[in-house]
Design a protein around this ligand. Structure first.
Ligand SMILES: *Cc1c(COP(=O)(O)O)cnc(C)c1O
Length: 393
């Protein structure tokens, strides 16, 4: 049994080579990914498979590094949103099956060339893919059937699946690896009845498909919050994204997880602002008293959203919250350090280990997912593992 109380090396404790100090970086802690994976796995029976969701560059971090770590640790399956994301994983050397959640008609070549497994969600895409397989003389190609149980985003309607499965049963070109659906509000206490009904609909649809196919593909419908809240819905496989990166809907549960991505920056310059002077574009902040400001080399082009302006958002400097002064610029932001002991060159924590992304997200009515995935490619990703840094530009 894995020791789940293992100490996660917080990036702060890691000895840092000089050369990476002094700029904006996103630190990706592979020890934290490993810990989160084993923690989530400890919640499910050992015979249930684990699909790691690594779409959107592993929620804004580094999909290749994360997937390689998870493959080594025993993830059974990977999921990406788009085909090109699957191609990146294959180039990185990922061998495990990769589900493409949202394949498009234009992407079939990438799917085949990289041995990716498409989710089929409409008759149109099913027929087009079948045609593609015929042209290329492929057989038993693994596909997944997506059932719409209420999200109304992608998926076959429960009423059409008998017909669809009957057609697939006759086609030797493809074989269904799994049947899945996506829950609408699995983290929401007020939607428990709705969620239970989705799970029932899904199970029923699965049975209809089994019967028509004459074999039993894997069933899966839980995302991170459902893994925790709906044990009855784990079926043959669970899918987890946000939990692997250290967050759930539940602050108590978050204590068992470790944030994987930590966004850090540095103080470039300090200014003493006199009463009546302003800071930043459009005089977004006007000092009512003498104020000390710190300028940071991070702005909305890096993913530090403009919505954080005028005191809504903050960063952590020497253990204290420094609120945003005025408007966030494209490449910089100024924060209030009037009451904070600090100097130019000091490290600044934006979110991650020691500064939960979900708290900062809540300050502007969004969710951790959006903050994490919004960190732009300009921000250097640094992978931390066992006190060794590797570099990615
Ligand atoms: C993104 C996604 C997930 C992962 O959800 P988390 O809440 O991040 O665990 C699972 N399934 C589907 C279909 C998704 O699109």
């Amino acid at each position: 049994m894995q020791n789940l109380s293992l100490q996660i090396p917080m990036t702060k404790e890691v000895e840092k080579p000089e050369m990476i100090a002094g700029e904006t970086v996103l630190e990706i802690n592979l020890e934290a990914v490993k810990h989160n994976f084993h923690y989530l796995k400890s919640k499910i029976a050992p015979n249930i498979q684990f699909m790691a969701v690594v779409k959107a560059n592993s929620y804004g971090s580094d999909a290749s590094e994360i997937a390689l770590e998870l493959e080594k640790e025993g993830a059974d399956y990977f999921a990406v949103a788009y085909s090109s994301e699957g191609e990146i994983l294959r180039k990185a050397g990922i061998k495990k099956p990769i589900l493409v959640l949202h394949p498009l008609l234009a992407n079939f070549d990438i799917i085949r060339d990289n041995n990716l497994e498409p989710a089929l969600y409409s008759k149109k895409i099913l027929n087009a893919f079948l045609e593609f397989l015929k042209i290329h003389k492929l057989s038993d190609y693994p596909v997944h059937l997506k059932i719409n149980t209420g999200l109304n985003r992608l998926g076959f309607e429960p009423e059409e699946i008998a017909d669809v499965a009957e057609g697939i049963a006759k086609a030797k070109e493809m074989r269904v690896s799994s049947i899945f659906s996506h829950l609408v509000a699995s983290e929401d206490d007020k939607e428990t009845d709705f969620t239970r009904n989705q799970i029932r609909m899904f199970e029923k649809a699965g049975k209809v498909i089994f019967e028509k196919l004459g074999y039993t593909p894997l069933l899966h419908c839980t995302n991170t919050s459902a893994i925790i809240r709906y044990p009855e819905a784990r079926f043959d496989m669970v899918r987890s994204g946000i939990g692997l990166y250290g967050y759930t809907y539940d602050p108590a549960e978050n204590k068992n997880l470790a944030p994987v991505a930590t966004l850090k920056t540095v103080i470039s310059q300090l200014h003493n602002i006199k009463t009546g002077e302003s800071v930043g574009y459009n005089r977004g902040f006007i000092a009512e008293k003498p104020t000390k400001s710190a300028t940071l080399p991070i702005g909305h082009a890096d993913g530090f959203l403009r919505a954080f302006g005028k005191g809504k958002g903050w960063v952590i400097i020497n253990g204290k919250k420094a609120k945003v002064l005025g408007n966030v610029c494209m490449d910089m932001v100024m924060v209030d350090v009037t009451d904070i002991e600090c100097k130019e060159g000091d490290e600044v924590l934006v979110f991650g280990a020691g500064a939960p992304a979900d708290e900062l997200a809540a300050a502007i009515d969004t969710i951790s997912y959006e903050l994490l995935t919004g960190i732009s490619s300009r921000v250097k990703r640094i992978t931390v593992k066992n006190r060794i840094y590797s570099y990615k530009y």
